[in-house]
Design a binder for this molecule. Structure first.
Ligand code: FE2
Length: 430
């Protein structure tokens, strides 16, 4: 007797018509036509069931603050940072918590059940840190929130930032952040990487730095990050986020850099929605895309995820917590259009970020946590194409969100009465 059986599910790895049996919050068995009964049955009818979406790069302290106190007119990263600086003194803990909780509701509805959020530690009140630690506990039953101590104004450039960062870690923030390209000089940037990696090594923590989020091809802090990850034995625990300068770097230099990243076990997070809008703002034409070299990093065996980064905040006025929208943009910007590349784009918002976060029990194998999403699509590529409806979201074996299937009623002579956008694929896959 199981708690729940999801029947006739297509899985992201290509297995078709599988049953997933769940007991005591874990996946008990996966296979075709499983025997046994359950308290609840869901028939997937050959639709895709995936482990939940994971966002490896987000800013929950600024989310849903769009327009406060004004809108980013230039659309640049630097105006966004300035605007956030104007908003910070006006932030209240209560408003911050309310906005974060609303965003978590959106996330759950979209099947996004794990988020790594940076939290700015440059305000000595650490008000955002306290607020997000509260939110982390509050949402724990339905969403895993991992926090990064992020010195937005530069850990060396901003007075007291290192001390504040240490305090944030003492309070329970999980990961050490940084922003070397925002320090005053390249040398200070490199020094910040050294100090922060040593701090993480001392405390046994992971590192995730905003790194080289610039169009300047000479912004090479990722090299320093890989060097210290290697030197301090932090392989598999260090991530470079954004890495947009790599888009503009000299190809010969990149041919040396990528193997060094691989050797140092450094992961990469690209944020396609944000960097396609923020980068290249100083270009006339042609305008650079400004996203890091995702297919090349993946081909080298480096762990790569796509992050959402921002939703309705000083840097970005769009977004709804939909990681399929993120993957859709990543696929286009990186020109990852082969069938295999499209599957890798799906992995970049599911299993890859799960490994970067170090999530326990993630996946669809027996023994994994019974967290999954039923999508109105038959395979990962179709899920991305349609930004597929999340028909059901399951956490710990319990359905925590449902969305009605998308369909449109038609009134056309001699044509069907409704259209579901999947019918062609249905025919193609038999
Ligand atoms: Fe970011």
């Amino acid at each position: 007797m199981f708690d729940l059986i999801v029947r006739n599910a297509n899985l992201p790895d290509g297995r078709r018509r599988q049953d997933i049996a769940i007991a005591d919050g874990r996946i008990a068995a996966v296979g075709p036509a499983l025997q046994g009964t359950a308290g609840q049955d869901i028939d997937a009818h050959g639709l895709l069931v995936s482990p939940p979406f994971v966002d490896a790069h987000f800013h929950m302290d600024s989310t849903l603050s769009y327009g406060l106190p004004r809108v980013n007119e230039s659309g640049t990263l630097l105006e966004g940072i300035k605007l956030w600086g104007e908003l910070k003194p006006q932030l209240t803990q209560d408003a911050l918590i309310q906005r974060a909780l609303v965003y978590c509701d959106w996330a759950v509805a979209k099947g996004l059940l794990a988020i790594r959020s940076h939290v700015d530690v440059c305000d000595p009140r650490l008000l955002a840190v306290e607020a997000l630690l509260y939110v982390k506990e509050k949402v724990k039953p339905y969403l895993d929130l991992q926090l990064v101590a992020f010195p937005q104004d530069g850990v060396l450039r901003s007075a007291g930032a290192m001390e504040n960062l240490r305090r944030a870690l003492d309070m329970g923030v999980d990961v050490v952040g940084g922003i070397p390209h925002f320090e005053r000089t390249m040398a200070d940037g490199a020094e910040s990487v050294r100090l922060l990696c040593e701090l993480a090594a001392e405390r046994g923590l992971r590192v995730d730095m905003h790194c080289d989020e610039t169009d300047d091809p000479l912004s090479r802090h990722i090299e320093t990050l890989a060097y210290h990850a290697q030197r301090l034995g932090l392989q598999g625990r260090v991530t470079g986020s954004h890495l947009t300068s790599m888009h503009s770097m000299d190809n010969y230099y990149v041919s040396k850099l990528i193997p060094l990243m691989r050797e140092a076990g450094v992961a990469a997070i690209a944020n396609p929605l944000i960097n396609i809008t923020l980068q290249g703002r100083h270009d006339s034409y042609p305008k650079r895309r400004g996203m890091t070299r995702v297919p090349e990093l993946m081909a080298a065996g480096i762990e790569v995820a796509f992050g959402h980064d921002c939703v309705m905040d000083p840097w970005y006025g769009m977004g709804s917590g939909d990681m399929l929208e993120v993957a859709h943009m990543g696929l286009h910007v990186a020109q990852m259009t082969s069938q295999d590349a499209m599957r890798r784009c799906f992995a970049a918002v599911t299993e890859n970020p799960a490994r970067i976060l170090g999530l326990e029990g993630y996946g669809l194998e027996p023994g994994c946590r019974a967290d999954l999403v039923l999508l109105q699509a038959r395979d990962p590529a179709e899920a991305i194409r349609l930004r597929a409806t999340r028909l059901a979201v399951v956490r710990g074996g319990r359905v925590i969100a449902r969305t009605p299937a998308q369909t449109a009623a038609l009134a056309l002579p001699g044509r069907p009465g409704h259209v579901d956008f999947m019918s062609h694929a249905q025919q193609a896959s038999g």
